[in-house]
Design a protein around this ligand. Structure first.
Ligand code: PRX
Length: 660
């Protein structure tokens, strides 16, 4: 039975305990329904009230939502604020400067703590140093850094001077970094000498040098380098600057640059259904509001919490639930440099124990891989650690299969902690559909119900509502404050991708399939309906990987599909036609490894195909269209039962069905 079918037949329900309900800010389903009804009744009033409460405004807004240039919606447009002021100064001014903001644990276990007061000083010093190098409001700064306090300082320093940042995940290749530097038109790059993960060093600065040498990004005048390991780096004295040197003599204060609510806070690249990644542009006001408010609601956050989100700052989860949401609330959070399996598979559990983490937020892939390790070795089983500090668990990034959910619930949460399965996207800025810990009855594998104010629905291909129990396309019916504003430099693509005419032009198209339960209305996500794969919670476009493969001089043609995988959710399978004869045996294995390494170089290791199949051709219709549904069956090792009468070359299926 597939995971989706099993969720649809899921009969286990876990209502929150009376104690959890009693202590929660949104206490019980009636409280949830009352908030949702308030949003239905007076949509703008609902959001305006939250925006006044959650955000500190330098100049208050008078307008709430402007739909006159739909789908380019604006929120709180005449209001002015600064995100960094909200995340730092506000807490210091309120007398909480001594509160620990970040408990940073390095790969080797070394722990560094930084208070709000210290974080503010460090952000101001870097902001001053950036200004001195000519970086000003509206200029874009690319950040290519490991998980580090300095990474958060870099993001906040950009926000402080009104320079939109674009963080590029440290696992991306020089080519991917170059494409993003060029597309966003960066004037500065902030990086580190090296990144440490699992005891291994990765030379970030060298990769950054390669990216800059590829050209097209001559506007990058300064490369600011954070010294993480002291490893050897090349140095270009005209361009490169050590972060510790340029910040050493700067002032601890830097007046925040007040920006309009719609001023872009950041651009974050993500995969779509074409070969080119999309620069998702977020606003300052609406984004910050939802980062803070969703953090408060979804995790029922309280000042006594120790929050830990294991995502990387290179992804949206690390933006909203590390760099902005927790800081906007004045929270104490744990930040981790390394990987969950180093030095052993008990790392997460030992860190929860050590730092007395109360709210833990991670990805299904991590849970699935740790289940395997823990079940094979009792020493690193969560039951061998004191996890009694935990009160709420969360997951994000991909569907969680009910069995992994149950394991997480019982073994990590001790059957006492609600699990919030949060569905959202780079484009949504923050959580959209998720249980509330003190209200929603939990169903393993379901993200349950939309947060108050989020008008999620399921429609058919023409944009008409479908009844509960019937699968369809997941949409959001009304704009919300933290939504994507546009695709950087490509407004037409924004419109076509997210507000397609086929659905009437007024519904936000998420790109996921979903179904609602007949009785509860709970949503279950069925995965992407476009050419986007989700491997270990990382979003990858099949076209991007195909483009990378055909860029290799030996490849004539390539088609990439996903295959369900027990650990990574989905795995990448590539069908490749070479310009030379179809290889076999050892030669095929050797070429497959070469192509895997090639994709790693072109995009990054996360995009490497797990399985490569060589053929003399690809299965095509007489009009030349590749029949992807056949490739998906072949990738899964299924017998082909579909109609293949329109296929030009049916014999090819046997060849492509063979694994190496
Ligand atoms: O397919 C959905 C899946 O991840 C996609 C968004 O990916 P990205 O923009 O990289 O953001 C990931 C982190 C927010 C969605 O379109 N997805 C995300 N969360 C869930 C999910 N699928 C099922 N359940 C979830 N909780």
């Amino acid at each position: 039975m597939s995971a989706i079918e099993s969720v649809l037949h899921e009969s286990r329900v876990f209502p929150p305990s009376a104690e959890t309900v009693a202590k929660a800010a949104i206490s019980g389903m009636d409280a949830y329904r009352a908030l949702a009804a308030e949003a239905e009744r007076d949509y703008e009033g609902f959001w305006a009230k939250l925006a006044r409460e959650a955000v500190g405004w330098h100049k208050p807004f008078s307008k709430v939502l402007d739909e006159s240039n739909a789908p380019f919606y604006t929120w709180f447009e005449d209001g002015e604020l600064n995100a960094s002021y909200n995340c730092l100064d506000r807490h210091v001014e309120a007398g909480n400067g001594g509160t620990v903001a970040i408990v940073f644990e390095a790969d080797d276990g070394a722990v560094t703590r930084v208070t709000y007061q210290e974080l503010l000083s460090r952000v101001c010093r870097l902001a001053n140093a950036l200004k001195k190098r000519g970086v000003k409001k509206g200029d874009r700064v690319v950040i290519y850094m490991p998980m580090s306090i300095e990474g958060v300082v870099a993001m906040q320093a950009c926000a402080r001077i009104g320079a939109p940042h674009s963080v590029v995940f440290g696992g991306f290749s020089s080519k991917s970094l170059n494409e993003r530097l060029v597309d966003v038109g960066a004037v500065a790059l902030i990086t580190s000498d090296e990144q440490m993960r699992g005891g291994k060093a990765l030379p970030l600065k060298n990769i950054a040098d390669e990216a800059l040498a590829m050209g097209g990004c001559e506007a990058v005048k300064s490369v600011i380098v954070h010294r993480r390991t002291g490893g050897k780096v090349q140095w270009n004295a005209d361009r490169d600057l050590w972060m510790h040197e340029i910040t050493a003599n700067e002032a601890d204060a830097c007046a925040p640059e007040w920006v309009g609510a719609e001023h872009p806070l950041f651009v974050l690249y993500t995969s779509g259904s074409t070969g080119r990644p999309k620069g998702v542009q977020h606003s300052t006001g609406g984004y910050l509001l939802w980062a803070a408010q969703s953090m408060k609601w979804t995790f029922d956050w309280k000042p006594s919490d120790v929050f830990w989100c294991t995502a990387d700052i290179g992804w949206i989860t690390g933006h909203t639930y590390i760099a902005y949401g927790p800081l906007a609330l004045g929270a104490t959070q744990v930040m981790f440099e390394g990987v969950p399996t180093y030095p052993d598979g008990g790392r997460f559990w030992s860190m929860i124990e050590k730092h007395k983490v109360t709210v833990f937020y991670t990805a299904p892939t991590a849970i699935r891989s740790l289940i395997k390790i823990a079940e094979a070795d009792p020493k690193v089983h969560p039951k061998s650690y004191d996890l009694s500090s935990l009160r709420i668990l969360g997951t994000v990034g991909e569907p969680i299969n009910p069995e992994a959910w149950m394991w997480y619930y019982e073994n990590v949460g001790g059957s006492r902690c609600p699990i919030v399965d949060t569905w959202w996207q780079t484009e949504t800025g923050g959580h959209m559909i998720t249980p509330l810990p003190g209200a929603t009855p939990l169903v393993p594998g379901s993200c349950t119900l939309p947060l108050p104010g989020i008008m999620a629905a399921i429609v058919d291909e023409t944009g008409q509502d479908v009844p509960n129990g019937q699968g369809g396309i997941l949409v959001v019916k009304r704009p919300w404050p933290s939504m994507i504003r546009t695709i950087w430099g490509d407004p037409e693509r924004f419109k076509k991708s997210y507000y397609p005419e086929e659905l009437g032009g007024k519904l936000y198209l998420a790109g996921d399939g979903s179904v609602r339960d007949k009785d509860t209305g709970n949503f279950t996500i069925m995965g992407r309906i476009d050419d986007v794969l989700n491997v270990s919670g990382h979003r990858l476009g099949t076209m991007e990987i195909e483009s990378a493969l055909v860029a290799n001089s030996i490849v004539a043609e390539a088609a990439v599909v996903g295959r369900p995988d027990d650990t990574t959710g989905e795995a990448v399978v590539a069908f490749v036609v070479l310009k030379r004869a179809r290889p076999a045996g050892e030669e095929a294995a050797k070429l497959a490894n070469e192509l895997r390494a090639w994709v790693g170089k072109e995009i990054g290791p996360i995009a490497k195909p797990k399985d490569i199949r060589f053929g003399d051709n690809l299965p095509k219709t007489r009009s030349g269209k590749i029949m992807r549904r056949l490739l998906r069956s072949l990738a899964k090792g299924e017998a082909i039962t579909q109609d293949v009468s329109t296929l030009e070359n049916p014999a090819i299926l046997d060849q492509l069905g063979e694994s190496l």
